[in-house]
Design a binder for this molecule. Structure first.
Ligand SMILES: [Zn+2]
Length: 77
């Protein structure tokens, strides 16, 4: 049951709080941008770094691990 959403989790993003549509983003963008804009309703979502620093730190670790894997697979070629 917990793995039902595996495919969706491959694309990082979240549902827009205004229109409810899926906003695809990248972890890098989440970490570097000060706000994101919904491509459907153009709602601007400001990223509160102090409030979400825990979540952002966790994301940064995941992203670092992912980049490490990509580097290694490149070296193996
Ligand atoms: Zn929206």
């Amino acid at each position: 049951m917990a793995n039902n959403n595996q495919q969706e989790q491959r694309v990082p993003g979240f549902a827009c709080p205004q229109c409810g549509r899926f906003i695809a983003t990248s972890i890098t963008e989440l970490l570097s941008a000060t706000y994101l804009q919904c491509p459907f309703c153009h709602l601007q979502l400001h990223i509160d770094r102090r409030q979400s620093s825990k979540a952002l730190n966790a994301l940064a670790k995941v992203e670092a691990a992912r980049l490490n894997v990509e580097k290694k697979s490149k070296f193996n070629r």
